[in-house]
Design a protein around this ligand. Structure first.
Ligand SMILES: [Ca+2]
Ligand SMILES: [Ca+2]
Ligand SMILES: [Ca+2]
Length: 686
């Protein structure tokens, strides 16, 4: 191994040295440069024996000799020896200190007044590290200028020469240097981005002319090495004139507020800082009201906001319908869940705008809990506090069911004898049947597994003294997964009697009863009962009746269900205690929602039903009276007739009448005038 001081090879004032490693492969020489901070960690250059053209070395670097300037160019050269009977002369290339100056003028351009007004000037010069500023040969450099190539947008300026944003040229210069001037023009006068500076980048590189490869020693002054890498680039920028004060820097102060409103622009109420939306299927649209301003506040200026825009994400459950004011430019791509609304370029100082974005609520489903949107303002002006604004609308799905008892006033009668409970076999033994139909329907979609509706009955089962009043026979259900309502507390047919409700006979009676209800549903007071005492009201709310409360869950209901409630009037109670007056019995049914989803709401719907019960004897009595009268009248008629007959007979009427036929026969043959008047004759007789 050979370590040899080789003088100051690069002429930087620091001594350099070379290390030979002849047995490293085919041999190697490493050159280390001295510097202000000492010797570098790694060699600045490594020359391998196998890389020497035509060398064929095996032990390159066995010996090194430095300090001689063979070609007298002021840079010391070194001779490297080997055990291969060959020596190589390694000549040092000149080192140059390059200087560039890069300017673009004017610093501020006016869009209205710039006809190829931009000039980029590139100046290059150099000195050799030996201090010499003269050279026999000039050095060729290549330079490239990039104009406004930094962002994704298309360049705003271009070179006049090639109509492009990039320009590459060559300069062959002496150490004293030279300059090139390049003219540029605006690509368009209607430039979008007036805020970002137009940046120009310069890159310089040496043009390496290939070696002639001749036998004579070439002048190395045409093949220099540039000392500092940073001298190979430069940067310049210019600005576009804006109405933003003397500094030509626009500091905007965009602010916004946003709230969800209904179609009438009334903001939805808030709870715990969040807006609540009571959704029903009748609500087709909702709005997002956004107020954007650019007004000064406290220590903030509000200079023009260039390319101000608002980006609003469209919630998945909503679809964009329209935007006000109409003159705002909106970008809305199908399938992209946001809309981009251009506010202005610039959105001027002290400007305000209210933006009304209307959405359709088509995608809101019953299990949806919230609607979210994110709003983001942006501008090319200077404003670094533009944060996204999140708006959440809590959705409460309000069910609006249809709940009705179409014939809620049922009229019936009682009659017969008091029968003991133990003697009853079937429900028909109890008394007259009572039947109600309850209909339930949902608008929109079924609840599915989100919950179910239930009907809570307040059933007047007994009177205040615990005697039976309305005995529930059964509750049949349609539109639900179960055909009958069977509440847990055994309120339906508690005596376990044979249910005879569905017999044909009953049906007919029921239909007749229902029919009469349909024709005169409002005229509850039975005309025949009017003369009687005022009706007795039996109502659980007043304590005059006792109610059983039970629930019929409408499990498995799609969007509608029907309940048929069948009951019997407890005849015995009526006969014993309410024989003389009409009885009005009141009951109630309430439709309510069972769900564990807090976002689904429904008010309770209560419907009242009544049963009007009249004693049947009253009617029978009324029928008996006319019959009696008829019989009496008939008898009286017969007696009267008999009296008349007797009277006539006594008067001899029938006798005369028998002889009269003779006269008549004679008279027919005689003249008409000879026929005597019967009356005259009778008068004469008397
Ligand atoms: Ca040196
Ligand atoms: Ca030399
Ligand atoms: Ca300013």
């Amino acid at each position: 191994m050979a370590v040899v001081a080789i003088g100051d090879v690069n002429q930087d004032g620091f001594q350099d040295f070379a290390v030979g490693a002849p047995y490293h492969s085919t041999g190697r020489v490493s050159i280390w440069m001295g510097s202000k901070t000492g010797i570098s960690q790694t060699p600045s250059q490594v020359i391998d024996g196998k890389d020497i053209p035509g060398g064929g070395f095996q032990t390159f670097g066995y010996s090194i000799s430095g300090g001689m300037d063979v070609d007298r160019n002021s840079y010391p050269d070194i001779a490297v020896g080997s055990l291969d009977d060959r020596v190589v002369l390694l000549r040092a290339r000149p080192v140059i200190h390059l200087k560039n100056s890069f300017t673009v003028t004017p610093e501020v351009i006016s869009l209205e007044d710039c006809d190829a007004c931009i000039e980029a000037k590139v100046c290059l010069s150099y000195t050799f590290s030996t201090g010499s500023a003269s050279s026999q040969k000039s050095i060729s450099f290549q330079y490239t200028v990039d104009a406004d190539q930094q962002s994704s947008r298309s360049p705003r300026v271009r070179f006049l020469d090639n109509k492009d944003g990039k320009y590459t040229g060559k300069m062959s210069i002496n150490p004293s240097g030279d300059c090139r001037s390049l003219k540029l023009e605006l690509v368009s006068k209607t430039i979008q981005d007036k805020v970002a500076p137009i940046v120009f980048l310069l890159r310089v590189s040496l043009v390496e002319t290939p070696s002639s490869g001749g036998q004579t020693l070439e002048d190395l002054s045409a093949f220099p090495v540039i000392s500092q890498k940073n001298a190979l680039t430069n940067k310049a920028e210019i600005h576009i004139q804006k109405a933003c004060g003397l500094d030509n820097k626009c500091e905007s102060n965009l602010q916004m507020t946003a709230a969800f409103t209904d179609e009438q622009n009334t903001p939805f109420p808030t709870r715990n800082g969040q807006q609540i939306f009571h959704y029903t299927t009748g609500v087709k649209k909702l709005k997002l009201m956004v107020n954007v301003s650019n007004v000064p506040s406290q220590d903030k200026k509000a200079e023009d906001a260039y390319s101000a825009s608002l980006n609003v994400t469209i919630p998945t459950s909503l679809s964009f319908s329209s935007l006000n004011p109409k003159n705002l430019n909106v970008e809305l791509s199908p399938g992209v869940p946001y809309l981009l609304c251009t506010l202005g370029d610039p959105f001027k100082s002290n400007q305000r705008v209210e933006i009304e974005i209307t959405f359709e609520t088509t995608g809101i489903t019953i299990d949806m809990q919230e609607i979210q949107t994110e709003l983001q303002l942006s501008t090319w002006s200077d404003q670094n506090d533009l944060q996204p604004l999140l708006r959440v609308l809590m959705v409460e799905y309000v069910l609006q069911p249809f709940f009705n008892i179409p014939l809620s006033q049922f009229r019936t009668e009682f009659s017969g004898k008091v029968i003991g409970e133990s003697a009853m076999k079937s429900t028909s033994d109890i008394g007259s049947p009572v039947e109600f139909n309850l209909t339930v329907a949902l608008s929109g979609k079924p609840l599915g597994n989100l919950g179910y509706l239930e009907v809570v009955f307040q059933w007047p089962s007994s009177v205040a003294n615990q005697k039976w009043l309305l005995y529930l026979s059964e509750i049949q259900m349609t539109g639900t997964s179960k055909p009958f309502c069977v509440p847990e507390n055994n309120v339906i047919n508690p005596l376990n009697l044979t249910v005879s409700e569905r017999k044909t006979r009953r049906r007919k009676r029921d239909e007749a009863s229902l029919g009469s209800e349909q024709t005169e549903p409002q005229t509850l007071p039975n005309p025949r009962a009017v003369q009687r005492k005022p009706p007795a009201n039996l109502d659980c709310d007043t304590g005059s009746a006792l109610c059983q409360t039970f629930t019929c869950p409408l499990l498995g209901m799609d969007i509608s269900a029907n309940l048929t409630v069948r009951a019997r009037i407890w005849n015995s109670t009526m006969l014993e205690d309410y024989n003389a007056a009409r009885v009005l019995v009141y009951g109630r049914a309430t439709l309510s929602l069972k769900t564990d989803k807090p976002s689904i709401k429904m008010s309770n719907y209560t419907r009242e039903f009544t049963v009007a019960i009249d004693p049947a004897e009253a009617e029978e009595l009324q029928y008996e009276v006319p019959l009696w009268i008829i019989i009496v009248s008939a008898l009286a008629g017969v007696i009267l007739l008999s009296l008349i007959v007797i009277l006539l007979w006594k008067c001899g009427f029938f006798k005369r009448a028998n002889t009269r036929e003779l006269y008549e026969a004679k008279a027919l043959k005689a003249e008409m005038k000879t026929q005597p008047s019967e009356n005259d004759r009778l008068t004469e007789e008397d």
